[in-house]
Write a protein that binds this ligand. Structure first.
Ligand code: OOG
Ligand code: MG
Length: 255
């Protein structure tokens, strides 16, 4: 296979048919530009099936995630409405190959945000913030990939859940959080894990998506990245996030 569209089709089919694929670039020779082009082509396939773009997800914005996955560049992916799970709802385990969950914070924008912006400029574009969970489900066997491979695979994005929106006037620079499975705390962390302040993740999202020619839009959601290592999830579990001052969000994993 050589054509970028072939890789996009391979990954999109794997996601749709819920199966793993082998790594096609384990040593990371593909350029990052080509990797993002594969991602873009695979999202075009989703949009062609009727899904709608609703925002951006950031990846490897915390040291915990970089260490867990062995990669240290900030990456981003594209979110569609087909990935969103309602707060407190159930999602079928059958949708996933080998899902993991991670605690995040989400932004929703009230106006477009584009290019090289400062923290205060980014904050001024934020309508609201919320505790959020991301379900990542790499399409690669054993959840192993090189940097271009994970970028091509839309940064492993598979699902996301956003809790009740809160005012962005809350100081969200360093909020304690716990990730819980069936009421048991499995990870403890803080929003400060995200580049020192989650707003920096939004600043990076504004820059990177504008560079790709798809600037952040009013109404879009930006997921700031996992604040702790991700945890495997299993059928029958209830997964939740408690965030200081921000409340809680969760979802059921249906058998
Ligand atoms: C890649 C996606 C990383 C995050 O929040 O850091 C990510 C992966 O870990 O599979 O979503
Ligand atoms: Mg994530």
């Amino acid at each position: 296979m050589s054509n970028l569209n072939d890789y996009a089709t391979l990954l999109d089919d794997a996601a749709r048919e819920v199966r793993e694929v082998g790594q096609f670039d384990p040593t990371g020779r593909l350029s990052l530009a080509d990797a993002y082009e594969i991602q873009s082509l695979s999202i075009k396939r989703r949009v062609g099936r009727g899904e709608r773009r609703v925002g951006v997800k950031m990846g490897f914005t915390s040291r915990a995630k970089m260490v867990q996955m062995g990669l240290s560049d900030v990456i981003w992916g594209r979110l569609t409405d087909g990935m969103q799970i309602e707060d407190g709802a159930s999602t079928s385990f059958a949708r996933f190959v080998h899902p993991r969950v991670e605690p995040e914070i989400a932004f929703v924008l009230k106006r477009p945000l584009e290019g090289n912006v400062t923290g205060p400029q980014a904050l001024a574009a934020v309508e609201a913030i919320a505790p959020a969970l991301e379900i990542i489900d790499s399409r690669y066997k054993e959840f192993k990939f090189s940097l271009p491979e994970v970028i091509a695979d839309n940064a492993s994005s598979s699902g996301f859940v956003v809790g009740a929106w809160q005012s962005p006037t809350i100081d969200f620079s360093n909020l304690g959080l716990t990730l819980n499975i069936d009421g048991r705390v499995v990870q403890v962390g803080s929003t400060a894990a995200l580049l020192g302040h989650p707003l920096r993740s939004l600043v990076a999202a504004a820059r990177l998506s504008a560079l790709a020619g798809e600037p952040l839009q009013a109404g879009w959601i930006v997921m700031a990245g996992g604040a702790t290592p991700a945890e495997w999830i299993k059928p029958g579990q209830y997964v939740s996030l408690d965030m200081e001052r921000m409340g809680t969000t969760g979802f059921h994993v249906q058998e």
